[in-house]
Design a protein around this ligand. Structure first.
Ligand code: THU
Length: 130
């Protein structure tokens, strides 16, 4: 799947968001090495810190289905600026997906492509726990 279609999938996933408290919807679509797509959206809790972001939702879904190797993740928001994944999601992308392409989609459907290490340089990881 090309990145235009992955971006469109993330935009579609955004429709399932449950942004009860922030009113800020996000969708994510994660592409595996064998071209399967796992989608996610943000789901919020009244105990705010229990909220899950779209990116981690998609990644944990894929991991829990046995997937381990990923090529790219598209993340879509409604903002004019390209959405910027939070620090927690950058760490999880780095740990569980490695150096992949991260497609950041704005409210117009335009996108830019970044690498994991661009969004999280000098990352903490497995190597630090040896
Ligand atoms: N959020 C995401 O799902 N992904 C991001 O990249 C940024 C933030 C969610 C978390 C929360 O539900 C809402 O957006 C506002 O922070």
């Amino acid at each position: 799947m090309d990145y235009k279609h992955l971006a469109e999938s993330a935009i579609k996933s955004k429709k399932n968001a449950l942004p009860t408290y922030s009113n800020f919807s996000v969708g994510a679509s994660l592409l595996t090495s064998d071209n399967k797509v796992y989608t996610g959206c943000n789901v919020e809790s009244s105990s705010y810190s229990l909220t899950i972001c779209a990116e981690r939702n998609a990644i944990f879904k894929a991991i829990s289905e046995g997937e381990r190797v990923f090529k790219a993740i598209a993340v879509a928001g409604d903002t004019n600026d390209f959405i910027s994944p939070c620090g927690a999601c950058r760490q999880v992308i780095s740990d569980l997906c490695g150096e992949i392409d991260i497609i950041l989609v704005n409210g117009n459907g335009d996108y830019i492509v970044k690498k994991t290490s661009e969004l999280l340089p000098f990352a903490f990881g497995d190597k630090d726990l040896e």
